[in-house]
Ligand binder design. Structure first.
Ligand code: ADP
Ligand code: F6P
Length: 324
């Protein structure tokens, strides 16, 4: 028989992402409107183990839908990776009367949710990461905002690159995935986009491309590189030496994780937060909310963690065609 849920906990875990606050707000308001009690677990699994738990009411989440970061704070916690830590985390939930937990984070955070579920606490994950590197879903909270932030930063670099007739290598985040790089490569009209999923250590093609564009009369060049490849300063030096074109590297960094969430991030995060609550009310556990083929849905966490994801080949091959 499905376990009846009376009190849910909500936490953010792993790297923060713009839109997490909108998801927290949705979880709290949807749960309250369904007659549940809500507890905020601060600082992810570290806060759970330290019992950093607060009561949440309607006014706890007022004025946050538009704010970046996470009002619940976030962390990475090694103790949660151990069986003892996982057992204790479930005991803390029971002590505080928490029957179900919504975990907003990435794959690592879902592994923690999986362990909590194995230890008797119902769980549901919400994909929150700017990296878009969660296989079961075509949308993750924060990706849209991060891409827009990076795109605007690259536009600015382009202004100065064009003025000096330079080549600019711009490195964007994404951990081991190239989704942000790919989207920025297209939206910024880059000469070349480097993604870890297609990188073969051969930089000759980039150098050739830059030289050929210069011969055609192009006065500046934008190369978008993914963090998963890195070495942007080294690459800039190599390009400058080989092409004779003054080259600079810019690593955009953590500004990509901050800022007010875009409309899409606010709306999708809200929908996912409300859906996560419904899933817990249905008595389900070990689930993760996703957006697939135009619809919100949910998957078993074990199944979701076994899925794999590649960058979009159609978009990637298009970057080649459009930058001729
Ligand atoms: P993300 O959730 O963004 O992928 P991390 O991989 O850093 O970020 O994971 C966030 C947290 O989730 C970790 O600090 C840890 O507390 C928990 N976690 C990660 N992997 C596991 C695991 N295998 N078992 C239990 N908890 C885990
Ligand atoms: O997962 C989000 C992310 O910003 C990645 O793109 C990046 O690799 C990582 O987190 C950086 O983590 P930290 O903030 O701990 O340096």
């Amino acid at each position: 028989m499905a376990k009846e849920i009376k009190t849910i906990g909500v936490m953010t875990s792993g790297g923060d992402a713009p839109g997490m606050n909108a998801a927290i707000r949705a979880v709290v308001r949807a749960a309250l409107s369904s007659g549940l009690q809500v507890k905020g677990i601060r600082r992810g699994y570290a806060g759970l183990l330290e019992e950093d738990i607060i009561d949440m009411h309607t006014m706890s989440v007022t004025d946050i839908v538009q704010r970046g970061g996470t009002i619940l704070f976030t962390s990475r916690c090694d103790e949660m990776r151990t069986p003892e830590g996982q057992k204790r985390a479930a005991e803390v939930c029971r002590k505080h009367g928490i029957d179900g937990v919504v975990v907003i984070g990435g794959d690592g955070s879902f592994r923690g949710a999986q362990k909590l579920s194995e230890n008797g606490i119902n769980t549901v994950g919400i994909p929150g990461t700017i990296d878009l590197d969660i296989a079961c879903t075509e949308y993750t909270i924060g990706f849209d905002t991060a891409c827009n932030t990076a795109m605007e930063a690259i536009d600015k670099v382009r202004d100065t690159s064009a003025s000096h007739e330079r080549c600019s290598i711009i490195e964007v985040m994404g951990r081991t995935a190239g989704h942000i790089a790919l989207w920025c490569g297209i939206s910024n009209g880059s000469e070349y986009v480097m993604v870890p999923e297609r990188y073969d250590n051969d930089e000759e093609e980039i150098i050739e491309k830059i030289l050929s564009k210069r011969r055609k009369g192009k006065k500046h060049h934008i190369v978008v590189n993914a963090e998963g490849i890195g070495r942007s300063h080294e690459l800039a030096k190599k390009i400058e030496e080989r092409t004779g074109i003054e080259t600079r590297a810019t690593v955009i960094g953590h500004i990509q994780r901050g800022g007010n969430p875009s409309c899409r991030d606010r709306v999708y995060a809200s929908a996912m937060g409300a859906l996560a609550v419904d899933i817990l009310i249905e008595g389900k556990t070990n689930r993760v909310v996703a957006f697939k083929e135009g619809k919100f849905c949910d998957y078993d966490i074990d199944e979701a963690l076994n899925m794999t994801k590649d960058i979009d080949e159609l978009l990637y091959s298009m970057t080649r065609r459009l930058s001729r």
